[in-house]
Design a protein around this ligand. Structure first.
Ligand SMILES: O=C(O)[C@@H](O)[C@H](O)[C@H](O)CO
Ligand SMILES: [Mg+2]
Length: 392
């Protein structure tokens, strides 16, 4: 019997956490557990899983998933689920490689030939927005996602909202479709106003219109506007999606494969949401392994609609002293060409496993540098004019 012989984790620039699983018969699978700003906590949780699963049969993905989830009483949440996600993705990669098929073959086969994508452009800095969108257009994207507003208070100047509408209009004018991410920064009074004002721009969706602790309030907002409501990057497992589905609060589910419980749980969330006529649009502003894992489910899930793709470059801060230049989606890949966007789509991945080849030397070199020279990435803390803390 083949067993899991090694589980390693690699913290790499710009802010990603990769997992490498090796089996006793020499197969290597890669996963991603990136949880921005909480890297060391997830590393600890991966260490816990490592102790538990050395010697286990890697083909029993569901048993390992259940054991990791249920086995020590406490379950769910961003840290434990991100660790489990990385392991789950690596196990699917191993299974696909062992059987010589892409993972989507094991999820039911393909029902599309290409996968629609959108590019993340931030959007907090007004002067950069159009330039960033044009860059995505040149890269082959037809749709982007940008942030809505800076963190406003419960009530705030209407000028803030007008600024957002202007920025979204400018990007629409260069011929791009736009998703608008409220980032949970607004409260319900202002979120409703902004959502209504944006209707004239016909966004693809409004994301996290309120914090993902407010299913009832989001359902109310959803009833007040015509734009589809999207949410899910801060929900972990299908259990967290349930209240949003039962209350008809969302139109688009955005689980993140590196947080929600991996390919196994992404597939289950896809099926669950489909029964509520909710589409799947996996969140993925992170690394290439997470994107490859999303692509497997995107290829086989009937209710998949659009995939987020970060490209990566927008994340680098000059102070990071990244030895690899601006590490991006392609930096750690031996077959970067598979992530070439054409007419707004990626072709489905056809290689065995999750469909990408990792440049292991590059990962090891970057991880070593990162550990010795860089402090773990943290998101900035934002404060309002009155000095009180605001949502990032
Ligand atoms: O939906 C998105 O891509 C954003 O909300 C990112 O997850 C957040 O800025 C952290 O990087
Ligand atoms: Mg978001």
């Amino acid at each position: 019997m083949s067993t899991i012989s090694k589980i390693e984790k690699f913290r790499v620039p710009p802010r990603w956490l990769f997992v490498r699983v090796e089996t006793s018969d020499g197969i290597v699978g890669w996963g991603e557990s990136t949880l921005e700003g909480h890297t060391e906590a997830v590393e600890g949780a991966i260490q816990d899983l490592t102790e538990r699963f050395i010697g286990a049969d890697p083909s029993n993905i569901e048993d390992i998933w259940q054991t990791a989830y249920m086995g020590r009483f406490y379950r769910g949440g961003p840290v434990l689920m991100s660790a489990l996600s990385g392991l789950d993705i690596a196990l699917w990669d191993i299974k696909g490689k062992k059987l010589g098929v892409p993972v989507w073959q094991l999820l039911g086969g393909k029902l599309r030939d290409r996968v629609k994508v959108y590019g993340w452009i931030g959007g907090d800095n007004p002067s950069d927005v159009v330039a960033a969108a044009l860059e995505r257009k040149e890269q082959g994207f037809t749709a982007v996602k940008m942030n809505g507003t800076d963190a406003a208070s419960w009530i705030d100047s209407p000028d803030i909202l007008r600024g957002t509408v202007d920025r979204v209009k400018q990007v629409r004018q260069i011929g791009m479709d736009v998703g608008v991410d409220f980032h949970g920064r607004l409260h319900k009074g202002m979120a409703k106003q902004l959502a209504r004002l944006l209707e004239q721009c016909q966004p693809l969706f409004i994301e996290e219109p309120l914090l993902p602790t407010q299913p009832e309030e989001i359902a109310d907002l959803s009833n007040a506007v015509s734009t589809p409501i999207a949410l899910g990057e801060r929900l972990y497992t299908r259990h967290d999606f349930r209240p949003y589905l039962e209350r008809r609060a969302i139109d688009i589910a955005q689980p993140d494969v590196a947080h929600c419980g991996g390919i196994s749980e992404l597939q289950r969330i896809a099926s669950l949401t489909a029964t509520y006529d909710v589409a799947l649009a996996p969140h993925c502003p992170i690394g290439p392994i997470a994107l490859a894992a999303c692509m497997q489910v995107a290829t086989s899930a009937p209710n998949f609609t659009i995939q987020e793709m970060s490209w990566g470059i927008h994340y680098n801060r000059t102070s990071d002293q990244d030895p690899l230049g601006n590490a991006d989606l392609h930096t750690y890949m031996a077959n970067p060409e598979v992530f070439t966007v054409k007419n707004g789509h990626l072709e489905i991945l056809t290689q065995p496993g999750i469909g990408i080849e990792i440049n292991e030397d590059r990962v090891r070199q970057a991880a070593k540098y990162c550990l010795e020279n860089m402090s773990p990435w943290r998101n900035p803390l934002w404060r309002g004019d009155d000095g009180s803390l605001r949502e990032w």
